[in-house]
Design a protein around this ligand. Structure first.
Ligand code: OAD
Length: 263
């Protein structure tokens, strides 16, 4: 078994598609006939926060009911074999983590759907299953701050969560269209790229709509590293790829990673 060296893996919604989580731009990506691209915006939240919270609540439920697939498992396996692997995922689900990928090897560049944060101050916390199924405190968060009584802040599930600190509306802890990427997470990617070129870059299950995704993939593979794309469709990355695998990620990645680990 060989060391796979420095490996950057970039994933998108296609990697979770076979776990039953709809992609953003696929035909199944629409929710109640609404375009996700129009819901995942600060404007949509300002216009109708309840609708946006409802969309995210349903997505969290879908993710909780889903299981990591063979693509997530293969990436976790590669992380054990590679000398220095970083996964940059655009997915806000927790399937990479549940497949066993350590947090320190993963950057969730578009945030985490199981976190919420205040729309005004920097208060943030976790959204937990039990609270979402029943009632929750005003912050909508698990253990965000000590409760002073069992029913103190109970509100109906349909109500909106408010910040425990400043009482402004809480929002999902994700990046929306037109928003800045989380600086700390960008820093982690830049630090990784700054430490040297990669032997291998894998870009799987993403339309690579955003310039920074293409930029990171190209910069990481610039010194002669391989750039392998796994996607049934063509994307802007395709023309730069040294190898293109036009197959679903849960089929292609286990085979590819087996070949890398056992050449
Ligand atoms: P998209 O929905 O744009 O693209 C999914 C990609 O996965 C497409 O290129 C499909 O061809 C491919 N795909 C579908 N099924 C697949 C499978 N089984 N195996 C491999 N590939 C498959 O999702 P993303 O590219 O992840 O951002 O979208 C990027 C970002 O746009 C999201 O993180 C989200 C969205 O708006 C924000 O919300 C900021």
């Amino acid at each position: 078994m060989t060391d796979a060296g420095r490996v950057l893996v970039i994933t998108g919604a296609g990697v979770s598609a076979e776990s039953g989580i709809p992609t953003f731009r696929g035909e199944d990506g629409y929710w109640r006939n609404l375009d996700p691209a129009k819901l995942a915006t600060p404007e949509a939240f300002a216009r109708d926060p309840k609708l946006v919270w409802e969309w995210y609540r349903e997505r969290r439920q879908c993710i909780r009911n889903a299981q990591p697939n063979a693509a997530h498992a293969a990436i976790a396996k590669l992380a054990q074999r590679a000398g220095d692997l970083l996964l940059v995922t655009q997915n806000v689900d927790d399937l990479h983590a549940r497949a066993g990928l350590p947090k320190e090897k993963m950057v969730q560049i578009h945030g985490d759907i199981f976190l919420s944060r205040c729309s005004r101050c920097d208060w943030r916390a976790e959204l937990c299953d039990a609270e979402e199924r029943g009632t929750r405190n005003n912050s909508g968060l698990a253990g965000a701050r000590p409760s002073t009584g069992p029913n103190e802040h109970e509100i109906q599930q349909t109500d909106l969560p408010y910040c425990a600190r400043c009482h402004a509306l809480m929002r999902p802890g994700v990046v929306w269209f037109g928003e800045q990427l989380p600086w700390d997470e960008v820093r982690r990617v830049e630090d990784y790229l700054g430490r040297g070129a990669c032997d291998l870059v894998i870009v799987a299950g993403t339309t690579a709509t955003f310039g920074y995704i293409i930029d990171w993939a190209l910069r990481a593979s610039t010194d002669g590293g391989q750039l392998i794309e796994v996607n049934p469709d063509e994307t802007p990355v395709s023309t730069f790829a040294t190898q293109r695998i036009h197959e679903p990620a849960a089929i292609a990645l286990p085979r590819l990673i087996d070949q890398i680990c056992n050449p």
